[in-house]
Design a protein around this ligand. Sequence first.
Ligand code: FAD
Ligand code: GLY
Length: 374
Amino acid sequence: MENMYDAIIVGGGVIGGAIAYSLAKRGKKVLLLEKDRLANKASGAAAGMLAAQAELDEDGPLFQLAKKSRDLFPALKKDIKELSGIDIGLINKGMLKIALTKQEEQEYKRIIAIQQRAGEQVQWLTGEEAREKEPALSNTVLGAMYIEKDGQVEAPQLTLGFLKSAAALGVVIKEHIEVQSFHYENGNVAGVITNEGDFISNNVIVAGGAWSNKLLQDSELKLEAYPVKGECFSVCTHRPLFSSTIFSHGCYLVPKQGGRIIVGATVIPKTFDQSVTVDGISLLIERAKSLVPSIGEAEWEKVWAGIRPQTADGLPYLGEHPTCKGLFVATGHFRNGILLSAITGEVVSDLVEDKPTEMDLTPFRLDRMSEILT
Ligand code: FAD
Ligand code: GLY
């Protein structure tokens, strides 16, 4: 039947795109439905850092997942370019996690010791050493964690790259179609109900970002998840001011190709409002100038905001519905969905194929918090 698929994916962000790409490589007949436009929500707003060590400092299941994902990007860059012609803008110039206070210095030195014990490349640079590496850094910088392997990509390009590559491999992608609920048959999902009619499949993957809970509300599963707004701005310079990503508490500066710099991001929980405020941007400008004073001379480009999908325990949801076979969820990637997209595509495809996953996904299962809460 024409409207019957091996799998239906709900959501045209980086997570839906990565899963579509991975399932398509495995020869599956896939449909992806997006209620708005592709890459137009969190995935289009992201700064694109692959900050496995800068954002996730403690060792644990999420750190392991993030490192595995980071390692997949060089091959992904090549494959996506070949299939779609899109350059995902992978840059491997490392990251400096800046300490501005003695307390931060102590904390980062503790994290360095933990990460070095876990076998990671990371080192402490004094303020002078950090400025030797990046002369644009302010004199107030006390020191920095230097993380060589934390790179970055262009997040909108990565998202469109996954989707266009998936389409080249046969995935059917439809925009402006909203999935409203699911069809069920004997404890199995049987398809989706949309504003444009029904589509049939025994496997449905919800990758709806911060909007996933709304969709799951009649499936007897309530995710402990909530939206977190992030505002950003970008500027341009004639010559690059620095080449590593500058990451600090409450602000980061990500140098892109051609002298463009993305500065992010505010963290405003429990709102779906995507407006950008003067207060949010002023705060970021102040923080950015305290890290790199010369950014004040850069040419203004634009502002934007996106809604991150966060969970109560900070771990993403990656798993099958506890009572409905074939209904999968992949969301809650919060600040690291771009980084985690590559591995999410692979492990969720393993789940759909009922194959053992490369990593134990128990910590990410869908009913983990209902167990804790009862
Ligand atoms: P989204 O991109 O929000 O996509 C979900 C899609 O599902 C949306 O397009 C939505 O319209 C669609 N949808 C929802 N419900 C339905 C429905 N019922 N029917 C059809 N479609 C539906 N991560 C990093 O790794 N590195 C970074 O540097 C980084 N920077 C960030 C900066 C900012 C300002 C923000 C906001 C986020 C940042 N993130 C970063 C986090 C990252 O952007 C997210 O974790 C990631 O984009 C989530 O992807 P997603 O596909 O789950 O969600
Ligand atoms: N990972 C950066 C952000 O979410 O703002």
